[in-house]
Write a protein that binds this ligand. Structure first.
Ligand code: GAL
Length: 714
């Protein structure tokens, strides 16, 4: 009787405060460790359909299975008022990462965000170049919402009255612990659509969840080798002979250079664009492009997609454009195949088909003052909101497709991306220029399935120039963007030699970068990533349990409560700790295990916080015990297709080392058909001395590895 009464009271109370009536969510394991569910009536146009991503099944199968990481009954979904409400559980010790390319913060718990593709304006509020609706929990799982809508996120900020783990009521008058932000036990989301697809990505580690996400996207991108060299973007109105002179200056001064970026002035008109060469600045595009290629310099073309009424394609494409213009240029509805034929046909014609190696796709992000407004309409019927969330994604998709059809890889730049885009060979950049925030973005890019370059444009001093340059060469795209400044690597003579050393170091490290990108592709492991993704770095079990003052002995206590925004992992073995202007000393948190100086091989510490004073010439970089870094000789341009290169394999520390060295032709997509190999480097102890071996090349596979020497760094 009492039971009946209390159940009745519960129901009455529940309806009064509108309890959650969970919709039955059916989780379907679509790949090992990835579950999908649909709620309501999901829209057919979403991030994965816009990007055309196809899961890399072999990579996911290699990872194997894992149990569903949450209690199914803790996940709620409901469609009301034309919107989909979702709630995922959070426990007291959980931290959250992800939700796109944020610039100020790495930890996301407590955030209120509206995910909205936009130009970054200095606040982490969800408006950014890649507001990926994917978050990763420190408990070792991820959640991806496959929707091309502006999703509202309450990442552990709101408290339900029917919460399973409600915060205690505190009296502000008397209790010092009263908080304006009481503990919340849920991640809540509102998707402005009558249904949605949700993915849960299992661990057991956070890195596993990130890998599964990237593999769900088709695997991370694999740039051509030349993409990992150095690139210079020339001034806005440079002409063909300026560009040729620029290349000559690099070569005469001995600075490496793989590709030059042309800014708006290559086009006859820009903002809005004609997509046609300017006849005065570039009288013979084919001869120009081919001439540069002969010197091993590739070219990348800036463009935004807004079509000038004076463009040849304007009339033809007009029926397939949106209701609103951008800079008085037409906005193509690239969801329509007819429109794509015209638009991407023009991007190819006399550009890609004469040897242009890539594009920089600008201004597909925002801001609101110039982009199409949310009231705009498009002939396909896709909403302005859907187009805003996916335009950058689709531009990457269809440009990549052109190169894919030619069986030539590209590596370009883009200012907007979103969920589903991990496999696109494009690096995000912007106009913001805070060096510290650039590093935080680099860290966050690893959670968001995107690449980010802390590009160098200009500086007030030689010191700033060098400091920016140092972190730029430990990023996915080593680049000076001189479109406005006209700067060159040697613009600050007092640090010109150091800059040259750094650019040549970038080239020497190409075998390492290339192998790490191959792991991004085949295994989903991001090349640039947060310290918390480092295995064993932040054990969620230890959260909040360690005395934070005891940092020297146990950095992990502090790590769990304080975010690390100024050091990151670059590939499997390197820890990079950038220096910022004005700093002579900085603290570096070394994870457990022994660490060694990258440049000298000297032991520096183990599971502790060290203070370093590296001087102006060096960016602090450390190598994990057993670390293996394959290097090649200094070259001014990346090795060409199938070119054999000698390797010096450096190894560090005391532990036996192991490394998977990737090899393929370096330029085509033949790796998709199996024309690649991961060769094994082993550093083993023989009579107490470490010795290195490299496994034999696989028969019938490309082999670009020449003479190999091993070098113990000590
Ligand atoms: C900006 C872009 C710059 C540069 C410039 C040229 O939008 O972010 O990198 O390309 O356009 O007008």
């Amino acid at each position: 009787m009492r039971l009946i009464r209390s159940t009745l009271t519960f129901f009455i109370l529940c309806s009064a405060i509108s309890c959650l009536h969970a919709q039955d969510i059916k989780w379907n394991e679509i790949e090992p460790g990835i579950w999908k569910a649909t709620v309501g009536k999901p829209e057919s146009f979403n991030l994965l359909t816009a990007s055309g991503a196809i899961a890399y099944h072999a990579g996911l199968t290699d990872m194997g299975g894992t149990p569903f990481p949450l209690l199914e009954t803790d996940i709620y979904a409901k469609v009301t008022d034309g919107k989909t409400y979702l709630r995922f559980p959070l426990d007291r010790t959980e931290q959250l990462y992800g939700f796109g390319l944020n610039f100020k913060t790495v930890q996301q718990r407590g955030k209120i965000l509206t995910l909205h593709v936009d130009n970054y304006e200095g606040r982490d509020n969800g408006r950014t170049h890649a507001p990926t609706p994917f978050y990763i929990s420190s408990k070792g799982y991820g959640v991806f919402i496959n929707s091309a809508r502006y999703i509202k996120i309450y990442a552990g900020s709101a408290v339900r009255t029917d919460s399973k783990n409600p915060p205690e009521v505190q009296d502000r008058n008397t209790n010092e612990n009263w908080s304006a932000r009481p503990y919340s036990d849920g991640v809540e989301m509102l998707i402005p659509a009558e249904g949605v697809e949700i993915y849960v990505l299992g661990g057991p580690t956070m890195l596993d969840a990130v890998r599964r996400y990237n593999l769900l996207n088709g695997g991370g991108c694999l740039p051509p080798r030349w993409g990992l060299g150095f690139t210079q973007r020339v001034q806005r109105l440079s002409n063909a002979s300026d560009v040729a002179n620029e290349a000559r200056a690099f070569s005469e001064r001995g600075y490496p250079l793989d590709f030059i970026g042309l800014e708006p002035g290559w086009q006859s008109k820009s903002y809005p664009c004609t997509f046609e060469w300017d006849k005065i600045r570039f009288p013979d595009p084919r001869a120009f492009v081919q001439g540069m290629l002969k010197q091993k310099i590739r070219l990348n073309l800036w463009t935004n997609p807004y079509i000038s009424p004076e463009a040849t394609i304007y009339k033809q494409i007009a029926p397939y454009t949106g209701s609103h213009s951008v800079w008085v240029g037409a906005v193509t509805d690239i969801t329509m195949p007819q429109a794509r034929n015209i638009f991407f046909g023009e991007m190819s014609k006399n550009k890609i088909d004469i040897g242009i190696s890539g594009y920089k796709i600008d201004e597909v992000d925002g801001g609101d003052e110039y982009l199409w407004p949310d009231v705009a309409t498009f002939p396909s019927g896709h909403s302005a909101e859907q187009m805003r969330q996916t335009y950058g994604l689709m531009m990457q998709r269809y440009v990549t497709q052109i190169y894919h059809e030619k069986n030539e890889r590209t590596f370009g730049l883009v200012r907007a991306s979103n969920g589903g885009g991990s496999s696109f060979p494009f690096v995000i950049y912007n106009d913001y220029y805070d060096h510290r925030d650039f590093i935080t973005a680099l860290i966050n890019s690893g959670f968001a399935g995107v690449l980010w370059t802390p590009e160098v444009r200009d500086s007030k001093t030689g010191e700033e120039w060098l400091r920016r340059f140092q972190s730029n060469i430990f990023s996915p795209m080593a680049m000076i963007n001189a479109w406005a400044s006209g700067t060159k690597p040697w613009s600050f003579p007092e640090v010109a030699d150091q800059v040259k050393q750094l650019a040549t170091l970038r080239m020497k490290m190409m075998p390492y970068w290339y192998s790490e990108f191959a792991k991004y592709h085949f295994k989903g492991t991001p090349v640039f990533k947060a310290m918390v993704l480092e295995p064993g770095f932040a054990n969620s079990e230890q959260k909040n349990s360690v005395d934070n003052t005891n940092l020297k002995e146990n950095p992990y206590g502090k790590l769990t409560t304080e975010e690390i925004k100024d050091q990151y992992m670059a590939g499997e073995y390197l820890l990079v700790a950038p220096m910022f202007t004005g700093e002579t000393t900085r603290k570096v948190i070394l994870p457990k295990g022994k660490w060694y100086d990258f440049y000298t091989g000297k032991y520096v510490g183990n599971g502790e916080v060290i203070s370093v004073t590296p001087g102006l010439d060096k960016i602090p970089v450390y190598v994990k015990d057993g670390g293996v870094i394959p290097m090649m000789p200094v070259m001014l341009h990346a090795p060409s297709k199938n070119e054999k290169v000698n390797l010096e394999i450096r190894y560090y520390g005391e532990k036996p080392g192991h490394y998977l060295l990737y090899d393929d032709d370096g330029e085509t997509f033949d790796y998709e058909k199996g024309a690649y190999s991961f060769r094994e480097i082993n550093i083993v102890s023989k009579n107490g001395i470490l010795k290195g071996t490299l496994s034999a090349p696989e028969k019938g596979k490309p082999n670009t590895i020449g003479k190999v020497t091993f070098k113990k760094m000590e």
